[in-house]
Design a protein around this ligand. Structure first.
Ligand SMILES: *Cc1c(COP(=O)(O)O)cnc(C)c1O
Length: 352
């Protein structure tokens, strides 16, 4: 009844989306604010007749908008059904075990090893530095690899590499192997590496509408890189599903990109709530890693992350813990509104 391949699958486990009661959800890095009001306005006047036709398999209109925003050519842009799908296509297109393992940080987005198993790509995890930052030197010290992938800012640490360090890494790494920088959280204070794509034809930047654009439910992501890389992603897409992004999503993506003022305000609020939560936790004696993402990675000496998670859950607050040696003491807390963070700090003050 099942294929041989099924035996090897070990799927990614996303943060829980509970239906049993109303929680303060600080576990999956969703944005606490609604998407641009221009989207609601558009939907009110949406002509359903449009859904009769297939969408544009080249995503031309949205790619053009993204290209304008980032000052690149639309042929340097790819679109997918969430950046998870973009990453999956990219792993298929660029990595194989033949030239050595794919390298990624020991603690990073836990979907990467899942794609590796799915596509039979050998991988090697490179330990983080002692301060939990990504060890780029460690990537360069490996004599053998078929490519590199890391999130910047990294998840679940929230720590961000400066652009100069990414440039040094690119300069030292072979030009014939692809490097993916997953910038799911870059809008919350980091500097994008997108300006390097002209200099490094092996650099692919992955982005999502899920976090800073408040559109996790829409499923829209994109990648930016040299034309040759983008063409390869289209080849993979068109060997799998010609229409991963639908008409409505593509249009909503365009509207979201156009409303820069709204999203600037939302992002500023998140950054300010992050600073508020970080200083609140620190004043209660918690360790907080420096974050440029919309979450904090934090620990309280003597209390395992698992316990913190269960105690907060009883109070109606969901966070995320990782039962993995090396980061067991931490929880990852999504930044919500200022009011959310006030409530969380009150609860923490009482519980711990
Ligand atoms: C959330 C996240 C993604 C996935 O984004 P989607 O567009 O919702 O699929 C990719 N990479 C990292 C590091 C993320 O945290």
């Amino acid at each position: 009844m099942f294929s041989k391949r099924m035996e090897k699958l070990s799927p990614y486990v996303p943060g829980e989306q509970p239906q049993d009661r109303k929680y303060l959800k600080l576990n999956t890095n969703e944005n606490p604010y609604p998407p641009s009001p221009q989207i609601a306005e558009y939907l009110r006047s949406f002509d359903v007749e449009e859904l009769r036709l297939y969408p544009d398999p080249l995503f031309s209109s949205l790619r053009e908008k993204i290209a304008q925003k980032f000052g690149i050519d639309s042929e340097q842009v790819f679109i997918g059904n969430g950046s998870d799908e973009v990453l999956s296509f990219a792993f298929y297109a660029f990595f194989d075990g033949a030239r050595g393992p794919l390298l990624f940080p020991e603690f990073t987005y836990s979907f990467y090893p899942v794609y590796c198993d799915f596509y039979d790509i050998a991988y090697k995890k490179i330990p983080l530095n002692r301060d939990f930052s990504i060890n780029t030197r460690g990537f360069l010290d490996e004599s053998d690899s078929c490519g590199l992938v890391f999130a910047n800012p990294n998840a679940p640490t929230g720590m961000c590499l400066p652009l100069e360090e990414i440039e040094r890494l690119m300069a030292g790494y072979p030009r014939d192997k692809t490097v993916i920088v997953d910038e799911a959280y870059i809008d919350f204070g980091g500097t994008s590496a997108v300006d390097l794509i002209g200099d490094y034809p092996n650099l692919l930047i992955a982005r999502t509408f899920s976090k800073s654009m408040c559109l996790a439910g829409l499923r829209l992501g994109f990648a930016m890189g040299e034309k040759e890389l983008i063409r390869a992603l289209f080849t993979v897409k068109d060997s799998f599903n010609s229409y991963p992004a639908d008409r409505l999503s593509l249009k909503i993506g365009e509207i979201a990109l156009g409303d820069e003022d709204y999203y600037r305000t939302v992002t500023e609020k998140i950054i300010s709530a992050r600073a508020y939560l970080a200083s609140g936790l620190q004043s209660l004696g918690w360790r907080v890693l420096p974050s440029l993402a919309n979450f904090l990675f934090t620990s309280k000496e003597g209390i395992p992350g698992r316990d913190i998670y269960f105690r907060l859950k009883q109070e109606g607050i969901l966070v995320r813990y990782f039962d993995i040696e090396g980061i067991k003491e931490f929880v990852r807390i999504t930044i919500g509104t200022k009011e959310d963070m006030e409530r969380l700090l009150q609860v923490i003050l009482h519980l711990f």
